[in-house]
Design a binder for this molecule. Sequence first.
Ligand SMILES: Cc1cc2nc3c(=O)[nH]c(=O)nc-3n(C[C@H](O)[C@H](O)[C@H](O)COP(=O)(O)OP(=O)(O)OC[C@H]3O[C@@H](n4cnc5c(N)ncnc54)[C@H](O)[C@@H]3O)c2cc1C
Length: 463
Amino acid sequence: MTTTDIAGCKVALARFDLEDSPATVRQKSRDFFWYSPILKRQLADVTGDFVVSPRTEAEVSHILATCWQHNVPVTVRGSGTGNYGQAMPLAGGCILHLRHLTAVTDLSHGHITAQSGAIIADLEKAARATGQEIRLFPSTVQTATIGGFIAGGSSGVGAIRWGGLRNPANIRRLRLTTMEETPRQIDLTGADIPKASHAYGVNGVITEVEIPLDPATDWVDVLIGAERLEPLTELAMAIGDSPAIDKRMLSVFEAAICQTYFLRHRDFVPATEAVLAAMISADTLPALEAMIAGTGASIRFRADQNPSTRRLPHAYELGWNHTTLRALRVDPAMTYLQMMFPRATCLDDLDRVKARFGDEVLIHLELTRFDGVVTPVGIPLIRFTSEERLEEIVTILEGTLGLPVFNPHRVTLEEGGMKRPDLTQLAFKRETDPKGLMNPGKMIAWTDPGWTPTPGKTFLFNE
Ligand SMILES: Cc1cc2nc3c(=O)[nH]c(=O)nc-3n(C[C@H](O)[C@H](O)[C@H](O)COP(=O)(O)OP(=O)(O)OC[C@H]3O[C@@H](n4cnc5c(N)ncnc54)[C@H](O)[C@@H]3O)c2cc1C
């Protein structure tokens, strides 16, 4: 039987940047798990034993080898903005904090390479200095790391052009250090990238990331209002489909969300109007205006025509999971779900959801591309009353209304509904983390090989 030797491991790592004051360790052991009232209860007491911050890839190897020798679990930490408890060390042990690994190591025409602890906004800034921009980022771009996004995130701003992280067009290469007696460096490209992307760091430490760049565009934040949600959603999908309009984000909200939670933007929009928050290229704003004319919708805000309001939050900080953050700031009893609205039946489905739940479920949609098709992803706000009722809402959405839910109130890769047990990631973990020390408890397929998902569950990726 193997014994975890925390004290011996700390002594062996004493020459590194190591912190073990309980307050610091507890703080670095937490992410945005509290977004979920269920995870907030389940994970409240989770904490690691110490935090160590490597300064080089060689130090990452040395630290992993030392943790291997002492059988100490390792949970990698970027910025800790994951909102499913991905970065929470369920089995305690070492928090491997990547705050020193932030360098841009190559910036060329069409791609940028950086250490995985680089803040994504810094990559965008570096790219823009060369007339380029990154393709895809979470709404936490200002704080999240590129490694954390690739390991813990899934989609975000730019997905209306390029789809989510799973699209092979969005990552060129990942460099990974394995958790073995003698750690190895592996470069993953092409079809091998999903072995480590969206794997919550269970199969190694991503130390370097290479992502594609596009020519920079001058994006303008726009708010469009309309009296009814369904026609506005239809308009958003038409904008999404239109080759004449360049867009980086299309987010739809029912009226109550804007009025109750978008405190800095709500005065621009009449109280009864649903809102489409968009990032549109300056060049194609005339095409947007032409498309909107006669639809009953109106442009209520354009950042380029409101110089005095330039200090407003970016439009992307209204969308994606920032919508939930804004709601939580006003009303701590709000929570959320993640779901699909199939394109073909979306408008009817929105009606059915509203008819069934009324104001208990407030509609928030992000338009993305799935296999090239513009498709609304739902991140609805939920008025939380009890865990039982939240589970019941999921059951009604999936069972009665037939809408796929990707449950964000679960801490494991599989139960979150993003994937079935991923046999490729599992096989890769056997190669890269044979002792199962990387972020234990996040991959059911590892701890409980006999586990099967509830029959009838829908998964985002079926491979
Ligand atoms: C307000 C808000 C808005 C958000 N919006 C979005 C969004 O638009 N799209 C989206 O996808 N997500 C979103 N998220 C979730 C989260 O912000 C992103 O996934 C983010 O990119 C995570 O980056 P991070 O550096 O904070 O990672 P962390 O939270 O530190 O880590 C995330 C996971 O990746 C692992 N990990 C981190 N770095 C590495 C590494 N180098 N190697 C291996 N494993 C690693 C961690 O162990 C953990 O499992 C949002 C969260 C919040 C709170």
